[in-house]
Write a protein that binds this ligand. Structure first.
Ligand code: B12
Length: 405
């Protein structure tokens, strides 16, 4: 089984016409394509950064509010400047983009423009035909960020093709041509795992924590490994970037992964990708699972996660439901997000009682992640910030003491 085609779609800055791209995304997914959706009102810089980090085959832009000739050209120019010439650009925009405009855009490097009346099948056929063949020789990575992105692709591809080639993923990766240049002094990043049911607000919460991290550490860098569900050989909507606002930043490296048939919230390639990210010079690596069920314990196999955060929605049903949620036994921190909802107080009390039974040093925090400068998110940030973790981890504390003497 080859890796699915990965593309990125977005709507340009000052444009909120997202209904066309939402429909097109769904059609792509239905035809086995993994779509990283960046959302609307996105700048050239945001689009190119995301495309390079996600290492997609192509960028599909849906543009309605004018300025498309310049916008598409700037995306292509920035891709070239960053050495990402192998990421192609295509798009559409109803009656706004004329045939004359499209001719100019193609001369400037756009692969194709789709006009009003084109069927969804024509678009998916185009993507499969033009972006579906495996990349042969890749241009040399021009930046450590691009090199990391290529390497992550290689790991994912190795897991997808492993049965075909009768090699273990590790053997395939070892034979690969990419070698990440790690700083020998780079410490392993603090890895924090976020899990919880779909709709609890994990992505918004992570985005708010990223904002606090960027403000607190003017030189700091952070990575996010985010998951969305998919079945083997099928497409996926990798949509967490569309929710992220603060994470559209050059100091944030984000990668979206489809679970590709694995149950439990993560992908078969997660562990390897996470290990690579953890030693690539970031201060933190945040890993977000797909929305999980009661039985999930996604970080159990994964020795590399330092702290686990379970994000709950106050509307989990009756108190009885809490007895069945395995992560309530395992998480270091439990967050009741959306704590402005009516049931949140009851939820807090019930979860508190449930955690008391565990007799572990677990913390319970109430947050409203959608609220800017929320005090609960501040408290959570303090709890997971590096100083705090270093203080609690005996090995890290000893290393720090050795450095200080
Ligand atoms: C629906 C619509 C809206 C909805 C948008 C809802 C939403 N969430 O998307 C609402 C009512 C909110 C809206 C608002 C506005 N709109 Co409006 N809107 C439209 C309308 C009628 C249809 C666009 C559409 O979704 N079509 C459906 C898609 C599926 O079909 P399609 O456009 O033909 O696209 C085909 C291909 O191009 C291709 N395609 C499109 N994108 C992509 C991307 C990829 C990757 C690929 C492969 C293919 C592809 O797919 C389709 C295949 O058949 C157009 C008029 C028009 N006929 O284009 C105006 C239009 C785009 N809007 C317009 C304007 C001016 C506005 C407003 C500024 C109005 C106002 N003063 O408030 C606001 C701006 C909103 C904003 N924040 O940006 C103008 C833009 C004029 C311009 N560029 O100079 C238009 C052209 C109407 C007009 N004639 O004046 N709008």
């Amino acid at each position: 089984m080859a890796s699915p085609i990965r593309i990125l779609t977005a709507v340009p800055i000052c444009d909120g016409h997202d209904s066309a791209i939402n429909t097109i995304n769904l059609e792509f997914i239905r035809h086995g394509i993994e779509v990283v959706y960046l959302g609307y009102h996105r700048s050239v810089g945001d689009i190119v950064r995301a495309a390079i980090q996600e290492d997609v085959r192509a960028i599909g832009i849906s543009s309605y509010n004018g300025g498309h000739i310049e916008f598409f050209a700037k995306v292509i120019a920035l891709l070239r400047k960053r050495g990402a010439n192998d990421i192609k650009v295509f798009g559409g925009g109803g009656g706004t983009i004329t045939h004359q405009d499209a001719a100019v855009m193609k001369r400037k490097g756009v692969d194709n423009i789709f006009f009003a009346g084109t069927s969804l099948a024509e678009m998916t056929d185009y993507v499969r035909k033009h972006y579906g063949k495996p990349r042969r020789k890749r241009p040399r990575a021009k930046s450590p960020e691009q090199e990391l992105a290529h390497k992550l692709t290689e790991i994912e591809n190795a897991y997808a093709t492993v049965s075909r080639k009768r090699q273990t993923p590790n053997e395939r990766i070892r034979h690969s041509s990419f070698v990440i240049r790690h700083s020998p002094r780079a410490e392993r990043a603090q890895v924090i795992g976020f899990t919880g049911p779909g709709g609890a607000g994990k992505t918004t919460l992570i985005d708010e924590l990223v904002l606090r991290f960027l403000n607190q550490n003017p030189q700091g860098r952070i990575a996010i490994l985010s998951h969305d569900p998919s079945v083997i050989g099928e497409g996926a909507l990798l949509g967490d970037r569309a929710t992220m606002i603060n994470s559209q930043n050059d100091r944030v490296f984000m990668r979206s992964m489809a679970t590709r048939g694995q149950a439990g919230g993560l992908s078969p390639a997660t562990q390897e990708c996470l290990a690579l990210l953890a030693r690539s010079g970031f201060d933190y690596v945040i890993i977000e699972t797909v929305g999980t069920g009661q039985e999930a314990m996604p970080f159990q196999k994964n020795g590399i996660v330092d702290r686990t955060v379970l994000v709950m929605n106050p509307d989990y049903g009756s108190r009885l439901q809490l007895q069945k949620i395995v992560m309530l036994d395992l998480a270091d921190i439990v967050v009741v997000n959306k704590s402005d909802l009516q049931r949140a107080r009851t939820a807090h009390t019930e979860i508190e009682q449930r955690l008391e039974q565990n007799r572990r040093d677990q913390r319970l925090i109430d947050t409203v992640a959608k609220r800017h400068r929320d005090a609960g998110v501040d408290e959570l940030f303090k709890l997971i910030s590096r100083e705090n973790l270093v203080g609690r981890d005996p090995r890290a504390r000893r290393a720090r003491e050795r450095r200080n003497t």
